[in-house]
Each structure stands twice: as C-alpha cells, then as structure tokens.
Design a protein around this ligand. Structure first.
Ligand code: GLC
Ligand code: GLC
Length: 660
C-alpha cells in the first residue's frame, strides 16, 4: 500500500518506510530462524517493529538520510534491537506485558524514589541487597543507583566518565551482582533506575582508545578537529558548563594531535550523533543496560547531544528526534522501560523532552529551584507564577520532584515569569547565590559556590539539604529554636515534593539531615568539584542511634527528621488524591503561603504551606472554597480544622487537609 498524507497526496517518506520494511522483514525472519528463536517471541517483536516503523523510519531518515550508507545502518539498528529483545530475560518480558497493559504505572501515589551512590551508601552491590529492608522501612519504591559502571582511573566525575557500559566498577561488584540486585528489587517491589550516560564516554573507553590510536572510524565517533578553525567557530555561540575546570569546550589531545569536544570535563568526550554508527552502538549499550533489570533509565545531559554550528548546541530539535528514536527502540525491544530526562535547562526547554514518545518522566528543576527561592525570599509569588502555567504535563507523563540531588542547584527559573512580578532575573540570581552561600545578612544557609564564572557572573550552589535549610548554622549556634526552624523548613519542602503531583525523589542521606562534608578537599580527585560537599558517606551508626531513640521517645534531630519524612511518605502512599499530576493552585490571600489542591478520581486534598518563620493567616473562606468543605482533618497533625474562623498556620506550617 502506498502511503498517503492527510491531504490525499502520496507521502514519499511513508512510501520509503514501507518499501524499506518490506525489504528488511525477510532478513529479520531469517535472523530468527537462524537463531532458533521461539516463534511467539519473534512475532511479538515483529508486531511492535511494524507498529513503530513509520515513526522510527521518519526519525532516522530525518537525522541520517544524507548518509550514503543509511540503509546499512537502518538494518544494523533493527538487528541490534532484535538481539536486545532476544537477550531479555523471561521475567523482564513478563513485566513488559504488565506495563504494556498499564502504561502509567509510575503515576501511582505509591511511587517514592531515592538516589544513592553505591560506594558511599553501602560500599558495594552485594551489601546494598542488605539495605532493601531500610528502603522498605523508609517507604521507597524506586531506587536510583548513581553510575556504577567501569570508569577511568582518578577523577571520573562521580561515575559519569564511563569506560565500559557492560561492566560494573570492580570496586562495587560485577554485572551479575547488578542483575541479582535488580531481581531482588523486583521481588521487593522496588524499581531500579540507572543512568544512560550517552552524551559522552570517558577518554579511556574502547572507542576513544581506538580513536587515539589513529583509527578514523572511531575518531568519527567523537568530534575531533586538527586545529582551532572549527572549534573557534563553534565557541562563538557556546556556553561553558564547567568553566572552572577548563575554559571553552574543547580539549587538545597530544597523541591524536586533535582538538576533542568535551562539554563537561576534559576527560569526557562528547559522542557524535551525527554519525549513525554512534546511534547504533549506543543503542546496543542501552539495551544491554536495560536488560540487567532496569525499570527507569535516566537519560543524562540530554540537552547537549546534538551540535549545530551557530547555535548554543543545546536543546536542538535533533536532540529530541534522537531521544524519540531511542524511545522507539525501547518500545520495540524493552517495552517496560521508562525514560527519565535530565534536562537542567530553561523551563521552556525542560518540557520539550517530556512526552510518551520521548521521556515519560523528567526531573523538575524549576520547582526545585523555586522552592529554595521561596524559602530565601519568604514569598511564594514566583513559585506560584511558575506552577500556574508550568506544572501541567502531557498525558502519560510525570514530573520527578526533588529538592537535592548529587548535582548543584542552578536558578533555572524564567526571567519573563520573574519580570512580570517586577523581579530582575539577573539580580535575583545574584541575591540567591549570596543567600545560599550564607553571605546575605540573616541568611540561614551554608552552601558553597559551584562553577563561578567571573566573565558572566554565573554561579550555582552546592550543599546538602540540611545545610542549605539552616541546620548546620543552627547547630553551630547551639540554638534550639533555629534547629526547630531548620527541621520545619526541610519538612515543608518535603511535604510539597511529596504532594504537588509527580514522583517524589529523595537524595538519600537527606532523610536523616546529613550536613555538608568539608573533607572532600582532602581527596585530590574530588577537591576541584564542590559537589562532593553534598556526597558524603552514609553513616549507618547514626541510624543505629536514632533507631534506639525511637523507643525512648527522646528524638534526636536526625531521628526527628527521619521519622517526619517517613511519616509523610507513608501518608502520601495512602492518599489516592496524590496520584497523577492534576494540581490547581488555590487563592490564599497571603503571599507567604502556597496553597494547592490535588485531585484524582474524586479524591481531593488541599495542601497549604507557610514559607515564613512567623504565623500566617489564611482566610476561612479560602480554605472552604479551596477544600470544598467546612470541616477538615489535617492528615499530618491529625487535628480537626473548622472554618468558622481564619486559619492560623504555624511557622513553616504544612497542612494536608482532607474534608470530613
Ligand atoms: C549530568 C550529571 C552530572 C555530570 C554531567 C556530565 O548533569 O548529573 O553529575 O557531571 O551530567 O555527565
Ligand atoms: C547539567 C546541567 C548543569 C548541571 C551540570 C552538572 O547538564 O546543564 O546545570 O549543573 O550538568 O553539574
């Protein structure tokens, strides 16, 4: 059948897609029979391939049609997917089936995530299995293990300089340990999230080594230039991501006598996705990783994967097409897999990565930044402005709401949103940087600068949640009132990420209020990167201590933080109104208070949050109209609230109100 477009004219691309498929399918049949694959498995794969084909072909054709060897790559890509499916375990295929029947499984109120570095948390993968009861106790249903693959010696950017995607860093264990952990997670109903670091490899990856040895085919996997001519042309419009590491975006390689594109550290070589061989090769790595038992794949540094001269080489339309092509391949060869986008860029760009056919879930960096912004300013106006038009997402997708992660905080709000409130974006970022480095008079925060760029004035912030929220300072001042305020700030922010709509994600260690670790400077491989200040080693002895304190009710600070978070998590998991994404702001007639309603399938919860250390009033009428009732129960304090008079909120008070 010849394809026709909407206006009835033949669609040449669809025609090409159909002809190509007709040529390829017999080869696929031969592949299955050669390998003696059960016909049920082959049929399922072929059905999905045929269903996805028009989309896949269009994407790959758009990206690579000008390559004389396009059809060769197309065929190789198809076989790579077929091999990936063949190698997928029966358990994972069974799970694929469930998820195909329930594609929005991750929108459940039961979803609560945690992220950790294996070495810092439990030393290695086999000891991590023993931590499953801890995850259960806290209430986690999804655990993100920071990159754990083989890395280059010395500095490896916290695991993001990968030298082999198929072997685990020997200090952490083996691929079999990883598979076993994934199995045990599955039995315990915990999803596994791993990174797909696909923008760059380490400079000692097999491909980079071959490039260094002069192999042209592998030099074409990267961006290599004999002199500064082309790099200088690109530089005119590029940003610098790690300006304190190295100026510019290119690194000279002596052996190769070439400049290499290195957006991040000099040892992280950007992959050239203009070359379809790179897409195919990384697809193979992706399916290998997925088949270890991954539920959620975190697509690292998505903004940077396509370069175009004359642009800032971020968020290019082709970057989206590439991710969609990977998404297609996952649909075909690992259909239970969900993509999570890591785009820490302008909010208008963040959302462009989110879609059922691109990344189903995404970090929510704007919410994260604006929660911190509201704490600093004691005003919720910019947060509300942003939530009012930026929280809604397409069907079948979800935010991942977080407060801290292994990276820095960048102030990625929209300057136009700010300008409408009379706030100057540049000045406001300077204020926030001053505030969170503790320099602004009266600041409670103890953050440190990350990647200060004197040329642009740009700067980001490192620091743990507790240190940024005031706990470090309060402990130093021996001030119980300040300690109390800092704990409340933490709970306030948690209360929002756990209820606002989307998957909450904790950075483990936060749950017991870990403070900045200033000792990172003693390790030369870490000293140059302040993000290590918020990547300390887990101190299990703390946990022992505060577990004992639970019994004698003499809560330490850590114990108090842990129990508060644990309680909020368990409340969330019992509140059907918190499923999905639907959120509406409610007017509260008070700039210091954030109010919103969550509803899902007839259930409704009103959330109110006071961002100041003073009491705040919310008019009774607003509570009644927001909550659609006269009497409520605050699920957190278990108190009843009547609305015959104005609601008085405690300092940093947080209420989750259900109608009674
Ligand atoms: C991502 C990671 C970050 C890393 C960078 C380069 O942004 O989260 O830690 O430095 O990518 O891989
Ligand atoms: C990311 C972001 C940047 C972030 C960095 C990791 O890709 O674009 O804002 O801070 O890499 O530090």
């Amino acid at each position: 059948m010849i394809g026709t477009s909407r206006n009835g004219q033949p669609d040449p691309l669809q025609t090409e897609a159909e002809i190509s498929l007709k040529r390829l399918l017999p080869r696929l049949d031969a592949f299955w029979s050669e390998d003696d694959i059960a016909c049920g498995l082959a049929r399922e794969f072929t059905q999905r391939l045929v269903a996805q084909w028009p989309r896949l072909f269009r994407l790959l054709f758009t990206l690579y049609h000008d390559r004389y060897d396009f059809f060769y790559h197309l065929e190789e890509i198809m076989f790579t997917a077929a091999r990936g499916w063949k190698q997928r375990s029966p358990e994972l295929r069974e799970q694929d089936d469930h998820r195909l029947n329930d594609p929005t499984w991750f929108q459940s109120e039961h979803m609560v995530g945690g992220a950790l570095y294996v070495d810092l948390f439990s030393e290695n993968l086999s000891k991590l299995r023993e931590c499953i009861p801890y995850f259960k106790d806290l209430g986690l249903t999804y655990v993100h293990l920071m990159p754990l693959f083989a890395v280059r010696p010395g500095d490896n950017d916290g695991g993001y300089a990968i030298s082999n995607y198929r072997s685990v860093d020997p200090r952490l264990g083996t691929i079999d340990d990883l598979r076993q952990l994934a199995d045990e997670f599955r039995e315990a109903d915990i999803c596994l999230c791993l990174d797909f670091v696909f923008n760059h490899t380490s400079d000692d990856h097999y491909w980079a080594q071959h490039a260094q040895a002069g192999d042209i085919e592998y030099q074409q996997y990267y961006y290599c230039f004999p002199d500064r001519t082309v790099p200088d042309q690109y530089e005119r419009t590029l940003r610098e991501i790690f300006p304190t590491v190295r100026r510019g975006n290119f690194t000279w390689h002596d052996g190769m006598q070439r400049w290499v594109w290195t957006t991040f550290n000099s040892f992280q070589w950007d992959l050239n996705y203009g070359n379809p061989a790179v897409f195919r090769a990384m697809l193979e790595e992706m399916l290998f990783i997925a088949n270890t038992g991954v539920d959620i794949l975190r697509l690292d540094a998505v903004a940077f994967i396509w370069k175009q001269m004359g642009t800032n080489c971020e968020n290019r339309p082709e970057a989206h097409q590439l991710i969609q092509a990977f998404n297609c391949m996952a649909e075909i060869a690992a259909p239970g897999l969900v993509f999570k986008s890591e785009a820490i860029v302008h909010p208008d760009e963040v959302v462009k990565y989110i879609g059922e056919e691109e990344c189903q879930i995404s970090y929510n960096p704007t919410l994260m930044a604006l929660l911190w912004e509201s704490l600093a300013t004691r005003s919720t106006q910019l947060l509300k402005k942003s939530l009012s038009h930026r929280h809604r997402l397409p069907h079948g997708t979800s935010w991942v709401n977080y407060l801290r992660c292994h990276d820095d905080i960048g102030w990625t709000f929209d300057d136009k949103d700010a300008a409408q409130l009379g706030i100057n974006g540049y000045n406001h970022r300077q204020f926030l940087n001053n505030f969170y480095t503790g320099q602004f008079p009266g600041s409670f925060a103890r953050g440190v600068p990350f990647q200060h760029n004197p040329a642009t004035g740009d700067m980001r912030i490192s620091g743990t949640l507790a240190s940024l929220a005031g706990l470090e300072q309060a402990i130093e001042f021996h001030d119980p009132k300040l300690i109390e305020m800092s704990v409340r700030r933490m709970c306030l922010l948690y209360g929002i990420t756990l209820s606002v709509g989307g998957i909450p994600l904790l950075y483990l260690g936060e749950e017991w209020g870990m403070l900045n670790d200033y000792d990172f400077v003693k390790d030369p491989a870490k000293a140059g990167d302040t993000r290590w200040i918020h990547r300390p080693k887990m101190k299990w002895e703390y946990l022992q201590n505060f577990k004992q304190e639970v019994d004698d009710q003499n809560g330490s600070i850590r114990g108090k933080i842990f129990r508060s978070i644990q309680k909020l998590i368990s409340l969330r998991k019992n509140l059907p109104s918190l499923a999905g994404q639907q959120m509406e702001l409610v007017p509260v007639d008070n700039p210091h208070v954030l109010g919103f309603v969550r509803h899902f399938e007839g259930n409704r919860t009103l959330v109110l949050a006071n961002f100041t250390e003073e009491e705040q009033r919310v008019p009774a009428n607003n509570v009644r109209t927001g909550g659609l009732g006269r009497f409520f129960q605050d699920l957190i304090s278990e108190q009843e609230i009547a609305t015959h008079e104005d609601l008085v909120m405690q300092p940093y008070g947080l209420l989750w109100l259900d109608r009674i």
